[in-house]
Design a protein around this ligand. Structure first.
Ligand code: MLT
Length: 242
């Protein structure tokens, strides 16, 4: 399998995504929240590039069973139903609902890759499920959402862990330099709460009293849902779990 790791969204410029499966990763917190929402029974997550697009979409879908979700500087956008904390996405709140989500980096990263053969959302939470899903693909790109076009260590480590997992399952990898770097980073860091708390994004969450999200986002393999982009919305590949 040819594998490429892009550490920031600007690196996607000029990358040919035809024939590729893309795993978009934003551990803190967009993809962790998407995985959680779909595992808790949300019908679909519509990634949106701006608050204007999100409001337009909410109007056309109708507000009855639709929730507006997302953050700016980590906090819920004014007038939105939910922020970007996975802990807000309980079954009571999201089951059967359509979620329109607009975040600083994660939703943007998904939308820039929409021409790929397949776009999946990856987090520590669904690492094993994504590995099983992509293991037969010929070409894999991991796109790290990063932080405002800059490198984010937790995303790179998650991409590296996915590649490590594929190797451990006997998949032969043909990694580019980015993928080799991600593998080395995954070797150097344990994916746990303390690691997440040490990153820049983790420290920002702690400073905003959102530290409880770190323990949730650190739960490797806790959920088996693989969100996949279909008709501009993320839907679960497998059935939601309890
Ligand atoms: C994002 O998409 O930028 C993030 O997930 C930010 C956050 O809410 O932690």
């Amino acid at each position: 399998m040819k594998v490429q790791v892009l550490f920031t969204i600007p690196e996607t410029a000029g990358v040919d995504v035809a024939g590729a499966t893309v795993a978009v990763v934003d551990v803190l917190r967009a993809t962790s929240t998407m995985v959680t929402a779909l595992a808790r029974g949300a019908r679909a997550v519509f990634p949106s590039a701006s608050t204007e697009d999100a409001l337009r979409l909410a109007q056309s879908l109708g507000r009855e069973d639709t929730l507006l979700c997302g953050e700016r500087r980590g906090l819920r956008i004014q007038g939105y139903d939910l922020g970007n904390s996975p802990l807000e996405y309980t079954r009571e709140v999201v089951e059967g609902r359509r979620l329109i989500m607009n975040t600083t980096n994660g939703t943007r990263a998904i939308l820039v890759m929409e021409d790929a053969d397949a776009v999946l959302a990856l987090a520590f939470l669904n690492l094993g499920a994504v590995a099983s899903e992509v293991r037969e693909r010929e070409r894999l790109i991991c796109l790290c959402a990063g932080r405002e076009d800059a490198f984010a260590l937790e995303d790179a480590v998650c991409a590296g862990l996915l590649l490590q997992r594929l190797r451990a399952e006997g998949v032969e990898l043909d990694p580019d330099d980015g993928a080799r770097a991600a593998l080395a980073l995954a070797q150097a860091h344990e994916p746990n709460e303390a690691f997440l708390a040490s990153t820049l994004a983790g420290r920002a969450l702690l400073a905003s009293e959102l530290g409880a999200d770190l323990a949730w986002c650190a739960r490797v393999d806790a959920l088996a849902v693989v969100p996949v982009l279909r008709d501009r919305m993320l839907v679960p590949l497998s059935e939601p779990e309890a």
